[in-house]
Design a protein around this ligand. Structure first.
Ligand code: FAD
Length: 214
């Protein structure tokens, strides 16, 4: 368990409802690890771009992978500033008023410059971590990358040292005079729950698939 508390910077300081902010690496890491995907934001020729992609955290870095031809990886490879966002949606908060209606969530924002992972061993470790991040147990079964596939895969990493988490939990917070209104209010919990697996062959579905949980 990582018990480092990150320093707040001008970029990571939460202004609205700062009591929901959290800078503990343990909290940040847990959100990054649970989220299946992230969104990577950066500026190209003065214009903002935000691209969804798979990530994996290994220690103090967040990793991304893909084709060297992919715009996001090609651009970030040059050491550009990136902003990575991860969101876990935990529920709808249906308040008595539209104004106070909200969502329960756990989210993380990470700022940093990406750098290419060129060390072969680290690259292999990260590619395995990406498979495990998506489906724990899968890397023992799936065929690993060939030399050609390794060459065709670009791996980038961003340090997790300038980051913030924000968490909303609990019921709606209505105005005092609205609590008497005859309007249902409460939380509708939401979660990512897998459906039954659809086989592509006649082999038995492995337990890490049939019992998949985030
Ligand atoms: C699912 C979801 C729905 C939301 N819906 C709304 C909405 O409808 N309207 C709205 O105003 N806000 C919404 N928020 C909250 C929103 O993300 C911002 O926190 C909010 O706009 C206030 O930002 P700020 O002014 O405090 O920070 P900003 O000045 O915008 O950002 C400063 C820094 O604070 C940190 N930060 C801000 N927000 C987050 C976050 N969510 N997670 C981690 N770090 C953060 C970042 O490091 C950021 O660079 C939602 C959040 C989530 C996850």
């Amino acid at each position: 368990m990582n018990n480092i508390v990150l320093e707040q910077t001008d970029r990571t300081r939460i202004h609205r409802l700062p009591e929901r902010g959290n800078y503990d690496r343990a909290t940040i890491d847990a959100i990054l690890d649970e989220a299946l995907i992230c969104h990577v934001g950066f500026v190209v020729e003065g214009r903002p771009v935000v691209i969804p992609t798979i990530h994996a955290r290994v220690g103090d870095h967040l990793y991304f992978h893909g084709s060297p031809a992919a715009g996001m990886l090609r651009t970030l490879r040059g050491g550009l500033d990136a902003c990575v966002t991860v969101t876990l949606l935990d529920g709808l908060v249906l308040a008595r008023s539209a104004f106070h209606s909200s969502m329960n969530y756990r989210s993380v924002v990470v700022f940093g410059k990406a750098e290419e992972v060129s060390d072969r061993d680290e690259k292999l470790r990260v590619l395995e971590a990406l498979v495990e991040h998506v489906c724990r147990g899968r890397s023992a079964d799936a065929r690993g990358p060939s030399e050609m596939e390794l060459k065709q895969t670009l791996v980038l990493r961003v340090p997790i040292d300038e980051a913030s988490a924000k968490i909303r939990i609990g019921p709606p917070k209505d105005d005092a005079e609205d609590y008497g209104l005859p309007i249902w209010a409460g939380i509708l919990p939401l979660a990512l729950i897998p459906s039954e697996a659809i086989s592509d062959n006649t082999l038995a579905v492995p337990e890490y698939v049939s019992k998949y949980r985030r």
